[in-house]
Design a protein around this ligand. Structure first.
Ligand SMILES: NC(=O)c1ccc[n+]([C@@H]2O[C@H](COP(=O)([O-])OP(=O)(O)OC[C@H]3O[C@@H](n4cnc5c(N)ncnc54)[C@H](O)[C@@H]3O)[C@@H](O)[C@H]2O)c1
Length: 367
């Protein structure tokens, strides 16, 4: 069998010098494909900054470099395209890659800038038979996998409620909301009620995010979720808490708590009526890795070989994206949002543009 021809859109500047808004994620994708050299051959990349593309191509040993990704798609007969640009470009690039006939689009998170774009990506990929995945790579982490097993193996009874603390709903939050869906067996949400505050002009990878939010979700399987972002969220004591009928699971307890001077292990649980927490060995894996992105690439390639649905499929990503946009929409409507969500825009973007958010200190450049 011939190897999958892999191309990249948006290489990033330099992997050795990542910054808060310049992670050069394409290098992490490429490191994953490199480990899959029996199946994959990296052949081309496109970046509007030619120097970025050249450095990337030199690093991975190929020569086809483009500054126009359309030209790359037209000429390179690619099977897999990794899209590693900021979210406002995810939709147009995914649509173009699907139309060019690639077998798989491996797009970075968050899905898109607006809910309508996210839906379009899903529809276009389906129309073209393209496998579309989003890099919510934590699904491959041991702390998360073992937490899932704990929540479902019966000892703690059924999952009742999930709590989570995150920096914001849209950017980091897309990972967090996605992990909660993973813990909850992908049950779609039934309704979302939330409120946001965006008094600071915060943008992550160009996208507006809130300063603070509270979000309450009811999932169709009867489980509830309560998430907080921004100020005070650390007081939860851990990024994820899963409350079951007969006990509690905490993921990432050692990662962040100012209220807990002696924080616990990466994964722990407590059975009702038993005083001590039990810690679970996660083999030095933590909230962010290592190895999660490599496993995500391997899963995608295995899915192309076997035809099964990838763990990071667009269907899963859409479940998380719907909850995130529904929380912003709830803030705009000042009421509960019953799903499915039918909006097409970005409620937070629209509220900022129209000056509808209370207490906003810094106007955006546009307004
Ligand atoms: N999965 C994760 O854990 C994770 C972590 C960090 C970032 N991300 C996501 O990865 C994505 C990329 O972030 P990054 O930090 O790697 O970005 P980056 O700024 O390091 O790289 C983006 C590259 O895209 C190029 N680019 C911009 N417009 C282009 C165009 N029209 N055509 C071709 N190239 C273009 C830029 O020149 C730049 O080199 C974002 O969506 C971000 O949210 C994911």
């Amino acid at each position: 069998m011939s190897k999958y021809r892999v191309g990249f859109i948006g290489t990033g500047k330099n992997r050795k010098n990542p910054s808060g808004l310049g992670y050069a994620m394409a290098y992490l994708h490429a490191d994953g494909y490199k480990q899959l050299s029996d199946d994959c051959e990296m052949v081309a990349c496109a970046d509007i900054v030619e120097e970025n593309a050249r450095l990337f191509a030199d690093t991975y040993g190929f020569s086809a470099v483009y500054t126009d990704y359309h030209e790359m798609l037209a000429k390179e007969n690619l099977d897999i395209v990794s899209i590693c640009v900021w979210p406002h470009l995810h939709c147009e690039m995914t649509v173009a890659a699907c139309a060019a006939g690639v077998k798989a689009v491996n797009c970075e998170k968050p899905m898109a800038l607006t809910f309508g774009e996210a839906r379009t990506m899903l529809q276009v990929a389906e129309q073209h038979g393209t496998v579309l995945v989003f890099n919510h790579q934590r699904r491959f982490g041991l702390p998360f996998r073992r937490a899932y097993e704990l929540a479902h193996r019966g000892e703690l009874g059924a999952l009742v409620r999930m709590e989570a603390a995150m920096g914001d709903l849209y950017d980091g939050g897309t990972h967090w909301v996605d992990m909660l869906n993973y813990f909850n067996d992908e049950s779609p949400a039934e309704w979302v009620i939330g409120q946001i505050d965006a008094r600071e002009d915060r943008r992550v990878f160009g996208a507006p995010v809130e300063t603070q939010a509270i979000c309450h979700v009811k999932y169709r399987n009867g489980v509830y979720g309560l998430f907080a972002t921004g100020q005070g969220m650390h007081t939860l004591g851990c990024p994820f808490r899963l409350i079951c009928e007969k006990g509690v699971i905490e993921v990432g307890a050692d990662s962040q708590s100012p209220v807990s001077p002696d924080p616990g292990p990466m994964l722990r649980y407590r059975v009702d009526g038993v005083a001590d927490w039990q810690s679970v060995d996660c083999k030095d894996e933590h909230l962010h890795g290592p190895g999660y992105i490599e496993r995500a690439m391997a899963d995608l390639v295995d899915c192309l070989n076997t035809g099964r649905e990838p763990e990071l499929c667009a269907r899963h990503a859409m479940n998380a994206t719907e909850i995130i946009f529904a929380c912003y929409e709830s803030s705009r409507r000042r009421g509960r949002v019953d799903l499915p969500l039918t909006i097409t825009d970005s409620p937070i973007g629209a509220m900022i543009e129209k000056g509808k958010l209370a207490g906003r200190r810094h106007p955006t450049p546009e307004g």
